[in-house]
Design a protein around this ligand. Structure first.
Ligand SMILES: Nc1ncnc2c1ncn2[C@@H]1O[C@H](COP(=O)(O)OP(=O)(O)OP(=O)(O)O)[C@@H](O)[C@H]1O
Ligand SMILES: [Mg+2]
Length: 347
């Protein structure tokens, strides 16, 4: 019985047999009644002098059977096609962009499974649509803030009597804000390119430890400003991959470690290679990541600390995550608020 309830084919066969038996039985009963009535009324049919009453009865039984069968099929199939009508209506709604539809059809058979999968698909589409809208509003917000600030300061600069110090201060802010916009555009372009990239397109062999050292030189201004202590423990590792993409990973992770460190803090960077993996660990004793932020740090435009929102756009870790995925690697982190954060990249 369970197997029948799970298979549309078995259900249809059962329905078909039931309809067949039902219409045969009903038409037989009707023709028996007609035959008795004919007998009582003594009615006979003749053709060319021969009685054809039996044949007439047989043909009328067949016709009655066909009519009853067709009518029953007509009404029963209406029930069977009902879920298909639901699907049709729902797909029309989805095509119009309305994802608030759900198919309320519960069954153990394939149609029930289709309805469940369909509902799951609508759920996915809905969350993607939400992400798209959310992404657009984040992009607009990230652009609007620096543009509004530039506009405000440029208007102040028009004042001919502005003291020299204020002039310098405001032009510095304008330069900072344009840098931020420039950075935002580069990161968005980078991320959009990475989203469409599946493999490391420009793989070559290079020294990972050299690359990490170069990255630290590149970021020297930032870590020396905070007087951070750097502890390096780098094995010599030759890696085959896209040099520029890997550089992005270290710039972002070490950049974050510096940005979220307090003055006089430390950053430990280690590079280890065993038989299977290359592991890069970047550890800081900075502000740490709150429990709430932990599940969101890889989201585009997410920034955990609103007071530092002006120091970036929240795209860094989204870029890192995507690059590590492209390299078939993995990235994990551990963090405690006020104690620090460890990021581990496994290649
Ligand atoms: N080492 C870290 N210590 C503490 N918090 C961190 C650390 N790394 C990342 N985070 C948290 O994760 C958030 C997202 O990081 P992400 O690098 O994507 O953005 P961002 O650094 O704020 O901006 P951007 O990288 O675009 O300059 C940060 O805003 C911060 O809250
Ligand atoms: Mg960052």
């Amino acid at each position: 019985m369970k197997r029948i309830s799970k298979s549309i084919r078995a259900k249809f066969t059962l329905v078909f047999i039931s309809i067949l038996c039902f219409s045969c039985a009903l038409s037989l009963v009707i023709s028996l009644i007609i035959s008795n009535v004919l007998k009582i009324l003594n009615i006979n049919f003749y053709y060319k002098g021969q009685s054809i009453t039996q044949s007439v009865l047989l043909i009328s039984t067949l016709i009655i059977c066909a009519v009853i069968g067709s009518l029953t099929v007509f009404f029963v199939t209406k029930q069977i096609v009902k879920p298909i009508e639901y699907f049709s209506d729902s797909t029309k709604e989805i095509a119009k962009g309305n994802f608030d539809v759900e198919i309320n059809y519960k069954s153990e058979d394939e149609m029930g499974a289709l309805a469940d999968n369909f509902n799951a698909m609508i759920g996915e589409l809905k969350s993607m649509e939400y992400l798209r809208k959310d992404f657009m509003s984040s992009v607009s917000h990230e652009f609007k803030t620096p543009i509004a600030s530039i506009q405000g300061f440029v208007e102040i600069l028009k004042d001919k009597n502005l003291p020299k110090e204020s002039f310098d201060e405001y032009t510095d802010i304008i330069i900072e804000e344009t840098k931020r916009l420039n950075n935002l555009c580069s990161n968005m372009l980078r991320l959009s390119r990475l989203d469409n990239q599946i493999i490391q397109s420009e793989a070559k062999t290079f020294s990972l430890d050299e690359q990490i050292r170069k990255t630290l030189l590149l970021l020297e201004e930032q870590w020396s400003k905070k007087n951070l202590e750097l502890n390096l423990n780098l094995d010599k590792v030759i890696y085959n991959g896209d040099e520029e993409l890997m550089q992005q990973v270290w710039v972002n992770l070490i950049g974050n470690a510096i940005k979220f460190s307090n003055n006089e803090g430390y950053i430990d960077i280690s590079l280890k290679k065993d038989k299977q993996n290359i592991v890069v660990t970047i550890k800081d004793n900075g502000i740490g990541i709150s429990e709430e932020a932990k599940s969101r740090i890889y989201e585009k435009f997410y920034q955990g600390d609103p007071s530092r929102a002006s120091e970036g756009n929240g795209l860094g870790l989204a870029i890192v995550k995507r690059i590590v995925e492209i390299c078939n690697g993995d990235i994990i982190f551990e963090s405690k608020v006020y104690e620090g954060t460890v990021f581990k990249v496994i290649l």
